[in-house]
Design a protein around this ligand. Sequence first.
Ligand code: SF4
Ligand code: SF4
Length: 303
Amino acid sequence: MPQKGIIFDIQRASLHDGPGIRTTVFLKGCPLRCIWCHNPESWILQPQLLYKEYKCTGCLSCVSACSSGAHNVSRKGTHLLNREQCQNCFQCVEECVYGALKASGWETDIIAVMKEVEKDCQYYMNSGGGITLSGGEPMLQFEFTLNLLKAASARNIHTCLETCGFGKREQYQAVMRYTDLFLFDMKSVDSQKHYELTGVHNEIILENLDFLYAGEAAIVLRCPLVPGVNDSDDQLEGIAALSRKYPGLKGIELLPYHNMGRKKWAEAGYAYPLDDIGNTEESVKRTWISKLRKMGCDKAVLA
Ligand code: SF4
Ligand code: SF4
């Protein structure tokens, strides 16, 4: 029986998820709830309904398609969606010819994913690329992640694992052998701040970073920075301290906040918490780099 998993996207020709040209497989499910998340449709492990209100014409075809009563007609005759009633059967998606409704996530298996990944083997060879597992948090579907990494390694495809670090140590130990590069998130060096921004404290994450580094894993630290939220001097000093503690890090990437995820929050039915923050200005990005340089951290670059 092939190993099953739930994914919500496969992006070919990706240039931002590790070295070279890559195919990024996005797995569903995440234990964190980052307030700047660009993929909120990844949070829930199961497939879910997305609703693009701006595409809805009010044709009301979905109302009769839904036996759970989630789609309704308002007094004014317009379309209303009550997500609490939704059972994720996706009958309405079939009926919505305007593309306002979409199912995010589907069950797949290693063979199907590898078939897609192997289409670009030539590009990987020419560019030093490969496969990247992202999400969501791939470690939440540990068995599937491990087997995907094994399958890619067996075909000599370079493997990257993007992780928030909030997983079990023995599971990180198991994937290490098949992971050529970890893209390891560091969202806040302060545990309480980390909790406020993501819903979890960072002790386990720091311990896992330490464990992977001690095991000589190749690691790029990825630091999402939101102006005025987690880009304080203390945070930058914390990043610089990690670069001193782990001189063998393959890189430190700063990920400046942008608000392109906002639309996705609405589509998944969530209220966006950073409505008053715009995209990061160039001058702010340069200030981060310059402060880090002064703190002795030459490794940090803007992603
Ligand atoms: S079927 Fe689609 S376009 Fe028509 S009312 Fe429902 S969501 Fe809107
Ligand atoms: S996914 Fe199924 S239950 Fe949910 S709104 Fe659509 S038809 Fe109704």
